[in-house]
Design a protein around this ligand. Structure first.
Ligand code: M6R
Length: 607
């Protein structure tokens, strides 16, 4: 959840690290800091509570000259948000940054206190620093001290440690994201918690496996080396070319990344079709066609879990394969009954969500085949699953997931299509390509007419609470709509199956409550009756209904005109885009920080 960047090389390292941190600020933004060694060999540590801009102010306009630096943006887990608890943590010749949780920090702290180490912060991270200091005091070299300290800590973490004496950075992780990078022609080497921070700076990426020690040094040869616990060279890493485009980090003409990402959806849908069934990426679909699940277990968190519900509906309806959805955070702690014929499907944008990874680990341990639908190639989920389907959404920067949801559901549809055996059927392929294209066009018209949604948002953004309702395949869309609104507009919103309202929550309906009612073709009459029940209790209704739905128009105060015909099982994705816009504009009227909503981090790498 925290962002980590380290650099050694010919460029000014502070500048490179700040640039990288600015790209990672979407992961966590409670504080930021850097540690660097200046040209006279002195180690400096500067950190500041709040967003990166506060650190930039502290550093001033004339940045210190350095060729070795590590930096961090924090999403607080242990200890309040303040300067002292900010990373890097530094003592003597060592500075370090950390992402994750040290589960046995209290036990280590007790032991270190007995050995005379005085803690300055309330963080779990400082226990690692204490171990480093005591280990080096007891005679271990820098690299041996990192190994010995890492051996002691429990839990999922990544550490990046800088040493003033050796002028090296050592990075290591267990169950947390970490990537190293190198520019093949100039002598710049980097490390980060996210490949996105390295875009435009390195051309080769290395994804180390757990417990591989990556040493970055300024030496002319062997700029990055990989070693096992016993110090022997390691080959346990995946190397790929860096192929993310630098444009992804720009907002262009859009006020927020979220709005930009909503607008990217039609193009991404067409590109996904082209990749998987119009040419290039077919191989990946052929790879998954060998999977013959007797039952599919889908597991994910947050928005990705709602995408999993949509995937369940699509796959179950099309293939009649029983599907169950399990929330990652719950599944990992259950003792689920799994059988041989089960296949587990994990959906994730980042591929680094701790609970999703733990669920995948559980299935793997029980001998169940695992498949991912994931955005980040080379992520932990991608590396750990037996089969992978990339959603090809590009970098998603807005903390509120939008385009990833659309691509996750569409990739599930492609999986469903493949399981059905349609991959080689030209007619079926053409029909699906046309339907994806129709979806892209419908989203385009929704975007062209978004002022209707903006006006409604302006009218309703100040009410007491919001119920999103839907039935059948629109139920997960109601859940996702409410989540989107909560996370960026900071208002209470709840997603509900429309037929369930009368079993309790209808007690909340009065003239201060808004109901965003998805009135699609499915169970149409029933959903209208549910809306009628709300209207009778003076609730304000916004109908997401067809342009020709006279009944919905007559009954509801507001109407977002949609066009459902021809979309079939893709229509929930279309309705969801209307909800994305509604949440976006309501948040804008509320004046919240849309791309970096409070308390949230883009990638939830702690449980
Ligand atoms: O990277 P993932 O898709 O695994 O992330 C899962 C959730 O943390 C994520 O979807 C979260 O709910 C978003 N903030 C929702 O907009």
């Amino acid at each position: 959840m925290c962002g980590i960047v380290g650099h050694i090389g010919s460029m000014n390292s502070i500048q490179v690290v700040l640039q990288g941190l600015s790209k990672l600020e979407y992961r966590g933004y409670d504080s930021a800091g850097v540690s660097y060694i200046d040209h006279s060999g002195n180690l400096f540590n500067q950190k500041k509570e709040g967003k990166l801009v506060n650190l930039e102010k502290l550093l001033g306009k004339d940045l210190p000259q350095t060729n070795i630096c590590i930096g961090h943006t924090r999403w607080a887990t242990h200890g309040e948000v303040n300067d002292v608890n900010s990373h890097p943590h530094s003592f003597g010749s060592i500075s370090l940054v950390h992402n994750g949780i040290i589960e046995n920090a209290n036990e280590i702290k007790k032991e270190l206190r007995e050995k005379g180490y005085e803690f300055k912060s309330q963080t779990d991270t400082e226990s690692f620093l204490g171990l480093m200091i005591i280990n080096m005091k007891e005679g271990l070299s820098f690299s041996d001290a990192v190994r010995a300290s890492f051996k002691r800590v429990k839990g999922h973490s990544a550490f990046v440690v800088l040493c003033k004496e050796t002028k090296e950075i050592i990075a290591v992780k267990r169950g947390a994201p970490l990537v190293c990078g190198m520019h093949e022609t100039d002598s710049n080497v980097m490390v980060s918690s996210d490949p996105y921070a390295l875009v435009g700076l390195v051309d080769k990426l290395y994804f180390p496996e757990d417990e591989v020690f990556c040493t970055l040094s300024g030496a002319q040869t062997n700029l990055i080396t990989f070693a096992e616990f016993d110090g022997t060279p390691s080959k346990r890493y995946l190397s790929t070319k860096q192929n993310l485009s630098a444009d992804a980090s720009e907002k262009g003409d859009f006020e927020h990344f979220m709005l930009k990402e909503i607008h990217e959806q039609p193009g991404l849908i067409r590109a996904l079709t082209q990749y998987y069934i119009g040419g290039d990426g077919e191989a990946s679909l052929e790879d998954v066609s060998s999977i013959k699940p007797e039952r599919l277990i889908l597991s994910a968190c947050g928005t990705a879990a709602y995408a999993a519900y949509c995937a369940r509906d699509i796959i179950e309806n099309e293939n009649r394969i029983p599907c169950v959805v399990e929330l990652g955070s719950e599944f990992r702690y259950r003792d689920p009954i799994l059988s041989k014929g089960d296949v587990a499907l994990f959906i994730s944008q980042s591929g680094e969500t701790a609970d999703t990874l733990a669920s995948q680990g559980l299935c793997k341990q029980k001998g169940i085949k695992t498949v991912s639908i994931v955005n980040v190639m080379g992520s932990t989920l991608y590396r750990d699953c037996d089969h992978n389907l990339l959603i090809r959404a590009g970098v998603e920067i807005g903390v509120a997931s939008t385009k990833a949801f659309t691509q996750q559901v569409l990739t599930s549809k492609l999986l469903s299509f493949t399981l059905k055996g349609h991959l080689k059927n030209a007619q079926e392929r053409k029909a699906l390509i046309d339907r994806f294209d129709l979806l892209a066009s419908r989203i385009e018209s929704l975007l062209q007419n978004q002022d209707v949604i903006k006006k409604i948002a302006e009218e309703i953004y100040n009410y007491k609470g919001y119920f999103y309702t839907g039935r059948g395949t629109y139920y997960p869309i109601a859940l996702e709509g409410a989540l989107k609104l909560k996370e960026i507009a900071y208002v209470h919103a709840e997603g509900y199956a429309a037929g369930e309202l009368k079993h309790g929550p209808i007690a909340l309906i009065d003239e201060n409550m808004v109901n965003i009612a998805i009135i699609g073709p499915e169970l149409h009459e029933k959903v209208l009756s549910n809306a009628e029940e709300i209207k009778s209790r003076k609730g304000i209704i916004v109908a997401l209904a067809d342009v020709n739905d006279e009944e919905a128009k007559g009954m509801c105060r507001y109407h977002v005109p949609l066009k459902f015909d021809g979309l079939g099982d893709l229509s929930p994705i279309y309705v969801n885009v209307a909800n994305q816009l509604l949440a976006y504009y309501m948040a804008k009227f509320k004046g919240t920080d849309i791309d970096k909503p409070r308390n949230l981090a883009k990638s939830v790498t702690v449980e």
